[in-house]
Design a protein. Structure first.
Length: 424
């Protein structure tokens, strides 16, 4: 059996959690392969909203195994809180949640370093969530980090103290004010709690499932345009959010990858700093933000809003090898008589391109738009592609023609039932 991959194609917040929840019954396992508690995957069913940060989005399905892979960075404190929020659902974590012993640990001092680094950047801030993600990945690459498996070692506290001493020297250099003791007390309580869970070599678990014919879905966090190599660097996250990150983040061979599901909003949003060619600063931008409830699931920060960006989508569809597209939040555009789509970028020298520029951070880019007629009507009651307003069908067809990949799922609201899947 081969593994399917589901990832975001924009700057995150595309609605990955909902889609995983909708698709989950088709799979025996859901595995997170990168990112950390800076990701907020929102699921809504039975009139209740659920936000997951580190736990895979298949956790609400009884018979699905959920894996936190080695490519993830884990904060034990946030993990403990997340588990307690799931108490009312009587989930059997001993049977359906597995954590890689190679997952990197986020320490309290990683969060302090995150704040110190961001403050030092002044007006060049990245827009970090201050969850300690970047500094944890830094320590991983520098071969200094602590892994979840280390908490089972009798010498864990010594390893912890050695790394924290290095962190405190850096914090002293930045003259960053902090009080570590209460953070450490909370951290070690959470570490004791974490020890109760299945901490295993998940690469063996996943490959065993695949070999036995089980179906596995790899779940990404953030979005492709935040990839540390291919995103709008340096305004990116600290991990590989692309399909290639599945192999290193879960320990599977490239030949194990089957379908790649790419999720995008019917428009664009971005949280934090960084380039955003189609960003709207007018009433239409405010309207998108308000109707779409565009506020971060993790931070609550308002999201910047703009029209759909085809050059950026073409780029990530190519790099990820996307085989199917899922369009989210089509209902947000119901009140627009005219919808714009960016098809090209106009560069400072007057030329146009449909490629995503290497120097997009420094280059002044003007979006070239094509106007399409909006459907300007409610999508309530739409059960299939045949029920859709003609203008929405035209919008879908236009995007498909531009990207040369079929749109096989359209979301029309936050609930898992407000989803239309194209039958083949």
């Amino acid at each position: 059996m081969k593994m399917d991959v589901l990832l975001g194609l924009q700057w995150g917040d595309e609605g990955k959690g909902k889609v995983v929840d909708v698709l989950a019954p088709k799979y025996d396992m859901v595995a997170r392969f990168q990112g950390g508690p800076n990701a907020g995957h929102t699921l809504e069913f039975d009139g209740i909203k659920h936000v997951l940060h580190q736990i895979p989005s298949g956790i609400f399905r009884d018979k699905i195994k959920n894996v936190i892979g080695n490519g993830v960075v884990l904060d034990p404190v946030i993990f403990k809180k997340e588990i307690h929020k799931l108490d009312p659902f009587n989930i059997n974590f001993s049977e359906n949640l597995f954590i890689s012993n190679k997952t990197q640990l986020i320490l309290p001092t990683h969060r302090l370093l995150d704040a110190a680094y961001e403050q030092a950047k002044g007006n060049k801030k990245i827009g970090s969530t201050l969850k300690g993600i970047g500094p944890t990945y830094q320590d991983k690459i520098a071969r200094l980090g602590l892994r979840v498996g280390d908490i089972l070692d009798d010498g864990f506290e010594d390893k912890y103290r050695s790394l924290v001493n290095e962190h405190e020297a850096i914090l002293s250099f930045y003259k960053h004010q902090y009080e570590l003791k209460p953070l450490e007390e909370e951290f070690f309580e959470a570490v004791s709690f974490l020890k109760k869970f299945n901490i295993v070599s998940t690469e063996y678990l996943i490959n065993k499932e695949l070999k036995s014919g089980k179906s596995v879905l790899a779940e990404g966090a953030q979005g492709s345009l935040l990839d540390v190599d291919f995103g709008s660097y340096p305004f990116v996250t600290s991990s590989n959010t692309m399909t290639a990150g599945v192999c290193t983040g879960l320990g599977v061979a490239p030949s194990s990858i089957n379908r790649v599901f790419g999720i995008f909003k019917a428009y664009c949003t971005r949280v934090g700093s960084g380039p955003f060619p189609t960003e709207l600063f007018d009433e239409e931008g405010v309207k998108l933000q308000k109707i779409g409830n565009e506020f971060g699931a993790t931070t609550g920060r308002p999201r910047r809003c703009g029209w759909l960006d085809i050059p950026a989508l073409k780029y990530v569809v190519m790099i990820n090898g996307v085989t199917e597209l899922f369009m989210m939040k089509s209902d947000v555009l119901c009140d627009f008589k005219t919808i714009k789509v960016c098809t090209h970028y106009k560069l400072p020298d007057g030329s146009t391109t449909d490629e995503f520029p290497y120097d997009i951070v420094d280059k002044e880019i003007t979006p070239v738009y094509k106007e399409l007629e909006g459907w300007n009507t409610s999508l309530e009651g739409v059960k299939g592609f045949d029920d859709m307003p003609k203008q929405l069908v035209d919008y879908i067809k236009f995007i498909e023609e531009q990207l040369e990949v079929p749109i096989n799922l359209v979301s029309m609201g936050p609930d898992r039932m407000q989803t239309v899947i194209r039958n083949h």
